[in-house]
Each structure stands twice: as structure tokens, then as C-alpha cells.
Write a protein that binds this ligand. Structure first.
Ligand code: MD3
Ligand code: FE
Length: 209
């Protein structure tokens, strides 16, 4: 399903056993070295979502290797198996093995949504690369709002994202505005053992040390 050029939604892409493996990995990453926490915004706000980063730390609005707000620790490495999962995601979403092979994500942002958490309309433009963003959803389903590249308002389309869904945003969709206006608490499969929603995004920062 392609709601816009370059934006491909693959419902149920991750089988249940791989979802459980990813949830377990997220639990591990949430413990540190830089713990999962609410991101503080430069103008004084605090995001309702909690985030842990791998590879590079996203501090609004740039990427660093260390997190100044969490004891100055260096974030954990991005595991090779997760980058490989991203390559497989791009290859399969675009049905293009070459696009998959060329994908070299160097950072992952893991977002956790409790029942009240949401994310306002924004663009992801802190990366110095136009490589696709890969999104994997786990746990509670949510409303994902996919907008346009010009404004943070209409036209947009609302898409339901459920556990195991893959979304790849590349090409003309890479810099589109998007948001998570709400989740649907309690909709996760109890067998997943996750109360809330996790989203993993893989990106290329375009940075080198
Ligand atoms: C479309 N996360 O971390 S994932 C984010 O579900 C973020 O946690 C949301 O937006 C979440 O920045 C949405 C889907 C997503 C991610 C990146 C995109 C959609 C995108 C970049 C460009 C266009
Ligand atoms: Fe985003």
C-alpha cells in the first residue's frame, strides 16, 4: 500500500516471534547507557513520548554521539542485525533489492508511547541524507497522520498502524510532515507483554565522526 509516492505501508510485516524479539531488545536498550527518557525541547517543552537512541543521539535538533542531558554518556552502538533488518525492510517495501542493499542506517530512535503520549506534526530534517526512514511499530495500535511537504496542516491522511507494521518513507515522502495524534491503549496482543506502543525508526544521519 502506497499512500503517497515513496511512502509504503506493509501491514503485519514482522511475524509475532520477531516482534517479541524486538520488544525484548527495546527493554534492554531502554536501560542505558543513556536511559530512555522524555526529550526536553529547547523552548522548555517536554515530549510526552519517551525515547532511547542507538548509534547517534538525537537532541533536538541535531545528532551527537553523546547525550548531554543524561550524564554525558555515549549511546549504544546500532547493532548490525538491526541495520540488516532495515535493509530487508527497504528491499521488500520497494520490491527493489538494490535499494535495500544501498541502505546504510547508522541510527535508530526508539519511541515509547504510554496511553496519553502523542507526537505533534513535524518533519524529520536533522539528517543530512535523503535516504529513506524505516518505521516498525510494536504493541498498541495508533493513528498515524501523514501530511504533505509544504505545510503542517491539511491535506493529510490518517492511517492506522498496528503491531508488526512496516512503513518506509523515501523519495518524495522523505520530508513530509507527520504525527501520531493518538494511540489505542489496550489493543496490543497480551502475548507481546507490552503495555503501550513502541516505534523504531531507522535513519541515515549522513554524519561521520
Ligand atoms: C515520514 N515517529 O521519531 S514513525 C519520529 O510512531 C516519528 O514514533 C513516529 O515521527 C512514531 O520522528 C512516526 C513514522 C515516520 C518516521 C519518520 C518519517 C514517518 C516519517 C520521516 C519522514 C516522513
Ligand atoms: Fe518523525
Amino acid at each position: 500500500r502506497e499512500p503517497a509516492p515513496g511512502a509504503v505501508h506493509v501491514p503485519g510485516w514482522l511475524p509475532p516471534d520477531e516482534q517479541r524479539r524486538l520488544v525484548a531488545a527495546c527493554r534492554d536498550w531502554a536501560r542505558g547507557p543513556v536511559p530512555m527518557r522524555h526529550t526536553r525541547l529547547p523552548r522548555g517543552g517536554v515530549m510526552s513520548v519517551r525515547t532511547v537512541c542507538l548509534g547517534w543521539h538525537w537532541a533536538p535538533y541535531r545528532y551527537t554521539r553523546t547525550a548531554d542531558d543524561a550524564g554525558g554518556g555515549r549511546v549504544a552502538e546500532l547493532p548490525d542485525w538491526l541495520a540488516a533488518l532495515g535493509r530487508r525492510a527497504v528491499a521488500e517495501a520497494y520490491d527493489d533489492p538494490a535499494a535495500g542493499a544501498a541502505y546504510a542506517p547508522d541510527t535508530a530512535l526508539v519511541n515509547f508511547y504510554d496511553a496519553g503520549a502523542r507526537m505533534g506534526m513535524h518533519q524529520d530534517k536533522d539528517e543530512k541524507s535523503d535516504a529513506p526512514v524505516v518505521s516498525l511499530s510494536l504493541g498498541d495500535s495508533c493513528v498515524f497522520r501523514f501530511g504533505n511537504t509544504e505545510t503542517r496542516t491539511k491535506p493529510y491522511t490518517d492511517v492506522e498502524l498496528a503491531s508488526g507494521d512496516l512503513f518506509v518513507f523515501g523519495g518524495p515522502s522523505r520530508f513530509a510532515y507527520h504525527a501520531v495524534p493518538r494511540t489505542h491503549p489496550g489493543t496490543a496482543d497480551p502475548a507481546l507483554g507490552l503495555a503501550g506502543r513502541l516505534n523504531i525508526t531507522l535513519r541515515e544521519t549522513g554524519l561521520t565522526d
